[in-house]
Design a protein around this ligand. Structure first.
Ligand SMILES: [Zn+2]
Length: 361
């Protein structure tokens, strides 16, 4: 379904347009879930709901270039700047005031823009598109997160036969006793907390949620009950994750994350798995680490380590936190951007878990 909002941007003084009013709690987390400025000059973004947006355009002055910005309900946690390319000078995600999120696109001087022709079009209630410029020469996509979640969702809710294609033989999953085990999978971060941001703008929260959903599917098919601490892009603090796991009295707890290096060093790659205490936690960590390394050739083994991360320290059951690669690393991020690798890494995690359940429990 395409719904066309016949709104124009008016170029006079400073400018504005309004779309779609809905009520929204003032200080909830940011409604902006993902965005991308694509090669063809189209800005696409996804909001959490059919949200209340305001868009503005302002001509450049001595300090700024021409700017286009959109305000979203909900507060952004981590204001940030992303360097542009082509006609884009910079993209900023900010918090103009409490309870708001602002996405600002600043153009370089001399860029030809025609805001009078701009139209913001909404798709399926929460995906929005607006063509901002015609790229003359090469412009590289800039963005954060997966705008079209529907693609991802339909894939992960389909029958898992698509998962089995192109999975190496060594990832054959072992059998365990049916209906005996309960596993809690904890996709790290979420909602307004994107976690690590990768080289191309991919976000840890999206990557680990997708991987977690596939792990759930694979384990479920083996007769293991799986509960996810979050199924969507919501904010969830660490105590909530822990109390959820402890209430379910799960057999094991597996938190899935992706890494970022300080200074975003592209040469730092690698995988690591943490546990807090006990031989069971260590054994689970070792099994998962072994499998994820197998599917990540060339990426360093950073080892199985003891750590006091909140979610593994405070959960009652054997618990691990797995880092499936560096989104800031050249090698790892290229892999983690691919659906095929996310699937394979999910297989590896599922295999480590099933081996543990079949041998240790
Ligand atoms: Zn993380």
């Amino acid at each position: 379904m395409t719904k066309f909002l016949n709104n124009k941007l008016f170029r006079c003084l400073s400018i504005f347009l309004f779309l779609n009013f809905t009520n929204h709690p003032v200080y909830s987390s940011s409604d902006l879930a993902a965005w991308a400025l694509k090669k063809n000059g189209v800005l696409e973004f996804r909001t959490k709901s059919n949200t209340n947006l305001k868009a503005y355009f302002q001509n450049g002055n001595q300090i700024y270039g021409d700017r286009f910005w959109i305000d979203f309900p909900g507060e952004l946690k981590n204001p940030r700047k992303i360097k542009g390319n082509g006609p884009i000078k910079e993209i900023r995600l900010g918090k103009p005031n409490r309870g708001r999120t602002r996405l600002v696109i600043e153009f370089k001087e001399g860029t030809y823009l025609n805001p009078l022709t701009w139209r913001l079009v909404g798709f399926n209630q929460n995906i929005w598109k607006i063509k901002l410029f015609n790229p003359s020469n090469s412009f590289n996509r800039i963005g954060e997160g997966l705008v079209d979640k529907r693609i991802q969702n339909t894939k992960t809710t389909q029958n898992s036969s698509y998962l089995k294609k192109s999975v190496p033989g060594y990832l054959e999953l072992p059998n365990v006793k049916q209906n005996k085990f309960l596993v809690v999978i904890d996709p790290g971060h979420g909602g307004s907390d994107p976690g690590a941001i990768g080289i191309s703008g991919i976000r840890e929260s999206d990557v680990v949620l997708e991987v977690s959903k596939i792990v759930k599917k694979l384990l479920s098919e083996k007769g293991v009950e799986v509960m996810l601490t979050r199924k969507t892009e919501i904010d969830l603090d660490l105590p909530q994750r822990v109390s959820f796991a402890n209430k379910t009295a799960a057999d094991i707890f597996v938190s899935i994350h992706a890494n970022a290096s300080r200074g975003k060093r592209k040469d730092i790659n690698g995988l690591e798995t943490f546990y807090y205490r006990g031989w069971k936690g260590r054994s689970l960590a070792k099994r998962i680490q072994k499998q994820i390394l197998k599917v990540s050739p060339g990426s360093p083994d950073r080892g199985v380590k003891q750590s006091r991360f909140y979610v593994i320290k405070n959960t009652d059951m054997p618990a691990v936190l797995v880092e499936i690669g560096f989104l800031t690393g050249r090698l790892d991020s290229r892999r983690l951007e691919k659906d095929s690798h996310r699937k394979i890494i999910a297989y590896a995690i599922a295999k480590g878990i099933l081996e543990y359940l079949s041998q240790v429990r």
